[in-house]
Design a protein around this ligand. Structure first.
Ligand SMILES: Cc1ncc(COP(=O)(O)O)c(C=O)c1O
Length: 374
């Protein structure tokens, strides 16, 4: 199988540890083991844990805790994976065959651009439109999702716009998938990273339960702030889970034993609430700084404030290609940001806003210094 490079991930993994300021992230600054210790993770006991293989689809206890987040789900509906990325990969491997069609929402995290194409699937895109508050272009959506479509992939909250679909849009997407017999994969890894959820008490609703065509992926990397343990999961009908487990046996066997344990602590409802609250606090502190910084460009930069996630998708008024712009920022300012072209939308950059105050201030100063030269 021939696979194209995953441009955004490769640019990040090439440079993120070499630049002075990595402003390319999309989650909040990570939690430490000590912080997890204060949530009940027993570090002393972990020292004596034999580092054997773990239960390959996730320990029963972890699957029970995850299933409890999805009404009507049991452990048979859950597969624990190495990050949300492995969850998405397993689903593509399980559901797509050469010649199949798939619909992809753009802009997006482009993993399910490269993987389906490597399997021989054809991708039909539909666009989220800034002028419509990042709601889908329905003409494109209807053309992209037909009885030939095997799978639709969306991220909600969306990477990179940070937008959340309205209830009407959710219902319209599900209704179309039911009519065409298409699986809907809703990647909800940013669910819980809402910027004002604590104020409104309304986290992003899940697609889970809206139809038996719905599959949800998620994980600890974004809203929980624990990407380094590499734990994600799939919630899906048991027959889909069974296919994914088969693929999992071949790919990585299963998740890391220590990570499964960390995850059991993190997904415990009281701790989950603490992680989400911490994420929300960081984002609420940083959002005004990002707002102010964008406004200081007097219309050269434009955005729609994100509802969730630690990233700002910013449109700039220049013809310079986004990759070229980001390379200039990297080379001249030793600062990494993400070009819109790596997210399926040219003319934009994605800038991180999940770091500490001083880091954000200096990172933005450097990006701004370069922007002012164009
Ligand atoms: C929408 C989306 N899905 C999945 C991933 C990968 O997440 P994980 O670290 O859980 O593999 C990302 C990472 O940026 C993402 O934005």
């Amino acid at each position: 199988m021939k696979i194209e490079p995953f441009e955004m991930e490769r640019m990040q993994s090439t440079w993120e540890n070499l630049v002075e300021y990595d402003m390319s992230e999309s989650g909040v600054r990570p939690l430490t083991l000590r912080e997890l210790g204060s949530m009940g993770f027993d570090i002393q006991r972990a020292l004596d844990m034999p580092l054997g293989y773990s239960q390959s689809n996730g320990t029963l206890e972890l699957r029970e805790k995850i299933a409890a987040q999805y009404p009507g789900a049991s452990v048979e509906h859950i597969e624990v994976t190495n990050g949300t990325s492995e969850a998405n990969y397993l689903l593509a491997l399980s559901l797509l065959r050469d010649g199949d069609e798939m619909a992809l929402e753009v802009p997006n995290y482009m993993q399910l651009w490269g993987v389906p194409r490597s399997l021989g699937a054809k991708i039909n895109k539909f666009t989220l439109r800034l002028e419509r508050g990042w709601e889908p272009d329905w003409d494109e959506f209807e053309a992209a999702v037909t009885p030939k479509t095997r799978l639709v992939y969306i991220s909600n909250p969306n990477n990179p716009t940070g937008s959340v679909l309205s209830r009407e849009s959710m219902e319209r997407i599900v209704a179309r998938c039911e009519k065409t017999g298409t699986y809907l994969l809703s990647d909800e890894v940013y669910q819980g990273a809402e910027i004002d959820a604590a104020l409104t008490g309304k986290p992003t609703p899940s697609f889970w339960g809206m139809s038996d065509r719905v599959i949800v992926t998620s994980g600890l990397s974004k809203a929980y702030g624990i990407p380094g343990v590499r734990i994600g999961w799939i919630a899906a009908p048991p027959k889909v889970i069974s296919e994914c487990w088969t693929q999992h046996d071949y790919l990585t066997i299963g998740p890391n034993k220590l990570s499964d344990w960390v995850a059991r602590t993190a997904v415990d409802p009281a701790n989950r609430a603490k992680c989400y609250a911490r994420t929300g606090e960081i984002l609420r502190a940083n959002l005004p700084k990002m707002r102010e910084w964008i406004a200081s460009f007097n219309g050269f930069l434009e955005w729609r404030e994100p509802a969730a996630g630690a990233m700002a998708l910013i449109r700039y008024r220049s013809e310079i290609p986004s990759y070229e712009l980001c390379e200039r920022v990297r080379k001249n300012q030793s600062t990494l940001i993400v070009p819109g072209s790596h997210l399926g939308l040219e003319g934009c950059i994605r800038v991180w806003m999940g770091g500490r105050d001083e880091y954000l201030t200096e990172g933005l100063r450097r990006v701004g210094a370069e922007l002012k030269t164009i």
